[in-house]
Design a protein around this ligand. Structure first.
Ligand code: FAD
Length: 118
């Protein structure tokens, strides 16, 4: 295990970033205002130039060129992000995630029905 007090490696940076992005998508409005859409687009479009893992940023940039972000609603954004994450999962030999809104909400918003997340 990479020590907790050390600067993030690519894996920890990735986990933290996905946590931020999926959680932000989970709380994005169902009917976002033009300003909310524009801000989300700016946040996402900044990543390929700013994300501090060069090859990750490059991959994301080409992904976003062929699959432009859908910021029209919470559901659309959550799915779009899930699909981009799945592209990385596939490239790294990790399992794909079910991009249905139920699965996404259970993981990033509501937690499982058994109440184990409080
Ligand atoms: P992570 O992939 O970090 O996922 C965290 C949690 O998210 C999982 O435990 C699961 O519960 C949930 N999850 C998994 N898939 C999905 C999904 N599709 N939708 C919603 N939730 C999901 N690493 C590289 O080595 N090379 C790269 O090119 C690369 N590119 C990246 C690009 C971006 C934009 C980001 C944010 C990260 C990138 N990473 C890359 C890091 C990589 O994606 C993982 O974050 C890292 O390998 C740690 O993986 P993990 O198994 O801990 O789970």
């Amino acid at each position: 295990e990479y020590p907790e007090h050390c600067p993030p490696d690519v894996e920890r940076l990735g986990r933290s970033t996905w946590t931020f992005l999926h959680t932000t998508a989970a709380y994005f409005p169902d009917r976002p205002s033009p300003t909310q859409r524009a801000n989300m687009l700016m946040l996402l479009r900044a990543l390929p130039t700013l994300y501090p893992c060069g090859h990750c940023a490059d991959h994301l940039g080409s992904e976003m060129a062929t699959h432009p972000p859908d910021v029209s609603s919470r559901a659309a954004l959550s799915r779009w992000l899930c699909e981009r994450h799945n592209e990385v999962n596939e490239r790294l030999g990790k399992e794909r995630f079910d991009c249905g809104l139920r699965s996404l909400d259970e993981r990033w918003k509501d937690g499982p029905n058994d109440g184990s997340c409080g």
